[in-house]
Write a protein that binds this ligand. Structure first.
Ligand SMILES: [Zn+2]
Length: 200
């Protein structure tokens, strides 16, 4: 997992409903509607009122207040404008920045007007040499390790097997120098995107 950041809005405003603060930068969430409460009494920054509220099947995710834009897009995704038809529908949420509202520029949670398209992360293959699971190594994710070794060794490898291959390449002589203190594998890996493991 990458380092999680805390948006001030997560702490400061409307802590009861999903908002910008619940998203990492650039994150989109795919969530499954459990049910909609058509007139739930909610308390927001504007005070107490009755709103239509979407609750999720996924545990630990704050509910979402419906507005016209969100409702229209859920209708597009689900093919129905009726709350009763929405349970089980998966929708994709994102943050839109720079919306002008009441003289202010704000950010808001939006619903994508199409069925979720976020790709499932490809499963990480086992190490080609030893068959074991490829583990995260020196701050690099397992996905990164697999992608990096595939690129440079033409096979997904665990860190131990990378060391073995390097040792086999570099030490033909039996009486060579004593092993170095530094970790040769750690130095090998350049910076990567911590989310995708993509080599930068
Ligand atoms: Zn291995």
């Amino acid at each position: 997992m990458s380092e999680q950041k805390t948006h001030w809005k997560k702490v400061v405003s409307d802590p009861n409903f999903i908002g910008e603060g619940d998203f990492q930068e650039g994150e989109e969430k795919v969530l499954t509607i459990d049910h909609v409460v058509a007139a739930e009494t909610v308390t927001t920054a504007e005070g107490k009122s009755k709103k239509a509220v979407v609750h999720w099947k996924e545990p630990g995710i704050k509910p979402m207040i419906l507005n016209v834009a969100r409702s229209k897009n859920i209708e597009k995704v689900s093919g129905s404008g009726y709350f009763e038809d929405w349970p089980g529908v998966k929708i994709q949420l994102y943050i839109e920045h720079g919306i002008k509202a009441f003289g202010e520029v704000v950010s808001a949670v939006r619903v994508r007007p199409f069925k979720p398209r976020i790709q499932q992360q490809a499963p990480i293959p086992p190490c080609t040499d030893c068959g074991k699971e490829i583990a995260p190594y020196m701050g690099k994710s397992a996905a990164y390790m697999a992608a990096y070794t595939l690129k440079h060794f033409e096979a997904p490898l665990c860190a131990d097997c990378v060391k073995k291959r390097k040792a086999a390449e570099q030490a033909p002589a039996v009486d060579s120098e004593p092993p170095e203190e530094t970790d040769p594998v750690a130095e090998e890996f350049p910076a990567a995107d911590p989310e995708t493991g993509e080599v930068l």
